[in-house]
Design a protein around this ligand. Structure first.
Ligand SMILES: [Zn+2]
Length: 380
């Protein structure tokens, strides 16, 4: 299901292709996040036009609203949201541990209360796999425990033990036709725990492996370390997915560390704050200096927003609260994330990734505000 087409001689970067029953996905790939069954402010036509190969849906949210009976009656999640390309669903583990305020961890899952109306719910490996089977996603994720980055060592260890136990239970559940299942490695920024968890999860033989417990409020160097501690223990012939990351420059660096798949809420989240990503960092389109700037958000960008509208007009739309402003920033930001991945794939194929990486990272000025908003919560 995964073909490793080429590896970069100067780093751990890989060019690959993941084949699902709904089509192939060229990697490294960025997956726009459709938490509630919709990539915020974007429709499937726009997503396809900008080269989206695969999107993400969320088990926890879709399970709460509209509920599984509605999605089942619609004929599965693809039909319900009218998305015909591949779709990955997360297991809900992250949300249960980050959104649900009151929870009780049991042997086979978590008792918690809905973040919406407080009603009692239970989610564990069996339930998470059953929901994802009904959703009919092309890639399902195992149910894991994701502790905060500053959790004490004892809690990190317990989370790893539970994650391994629950991965085994997930592995034994039936899946939808053609559905791949990815295991998740936890262990915080502890090298020994990461190795132990990775070895145990890989021994269960999943179709791909995710590195979880990153983008949970840790500083960037710790996040990079968590990836470096895990990657050597993941099989080369299978896809690796870093969950919930990151800025464009971080994605380039993570590709160089052997990661193939990314998802991140940042492009659409910061769009809603009136902020645009560019190849040199972020820019506030709302800022006064754009008042009479009739250039596009980014010169040379081929997205619909940059081909048609000026910064001055977009700033006006944002200032008067017109929805089109938010939509166009979401178009530009998502397009940029997808474009960075296209560029990475092109340079990997041409053997020029090292130069691309050096230049991209040198030109990109990270914004502290954006880095902080990444860790607010992975959930829009
Ligand atoms: Zn653009």
């Amino acid at each position: 299901m995964f073909e490793l087409l080429k590896t970069d001689p100067t780093s751990k970067a890989r060019l690959g292709r993941l084949t699902s029953s709904r089509g192939a996905v060229d990697t490294p790939v960025f997956m726009p996040v459709g938490t509630q069954g919709s990539v915020k402010a974007l429709d499937p036509r726009e997503l396809q036009e900008m080269g989206t190969q695969i999107i993400l849906g969320n088990t926890y949210h879709l399970h709460i609203r509209p509920g599984l009976d509605i999605i089942r009656a619609a004929g599965g999640l693809h039909r319900f949201i009218n998305w015909t390309a591949p779709l990955l669903t997360d297991s809900g583990g992250f949300q249960v541990f980050s959104l649900a305020k009151i929870r009780k961890i049991k042997a086979h899952g978590v008792e918690f209360r809905s973040h919406l109306d407080g009603s009692p719910l239970f989610l564990g490996p069996k339930e998470a796999m059953e929901i994802q089977r009904e959703l009919g996603s092309d890639i399902a994720m195992v149910f894991d425990e994701c502790p905060p980055h500053d959790a004490p060592a004892k809690e990190q260890r317990l989370a790893v033990e539970r994650t391994i136990c629950w991965a085994r239970e997930c592995r034994a559940q039936p899946r939808a036709d053609g559905q791949m299942v990815f295991g998740i490695v936890q262990g915080g920024s502890n090298a020994a725990l990461r190795e132990e968890c990775a070895r145990a999860i890989v021994a269960l033989e999943f179709d791909g492996y995710a590195i979880g417990g990153v983008s949970v409020g840790e500083p960037e160097d710790e996040m990079m370390k968590a990836i470096e501690f895990t990657e050597p223990f993941l099989p080369a012939h299978q896809p690796r997915y870093a969950m919930g990351l990151g800025t464009p420059a971080q994605m380039v660096e993570l590709v160089a560390r052997g990661v193939d798949m990314f998802d991140c809420v940042l492009p659409t989240r910061i769009a809603r704050n009136g902020t645009a990503f560019t190849a040199r960092g972020t820019v506030s389109i709302k800022a006064g200096f754009n008042k009479a700037d009739f250039r596009p958000i980014e010169e040379g960008c081929e997205c619909y927003a940059c081909r048609n509208f000026s910064r001055a007009y977009l700033r006006h739309l944002l200032n008067v609260g017109e929805i089109l402003g938010l939509r166009m920033l979401s178009v530009h930001n998502s397009h940029l994330y997808l474009k960075v991945m296209q560029d990475i794939r092109r340079h990997l194929a041409a053997g020029t990734f090292a130069e691309f990486r050096r230049e991209f990272v040198a030109n990109y000025v990270p914004s502290q505000k954006v880095l902080l908003s990444r860790s607010e919560s992975n959930d829009e």
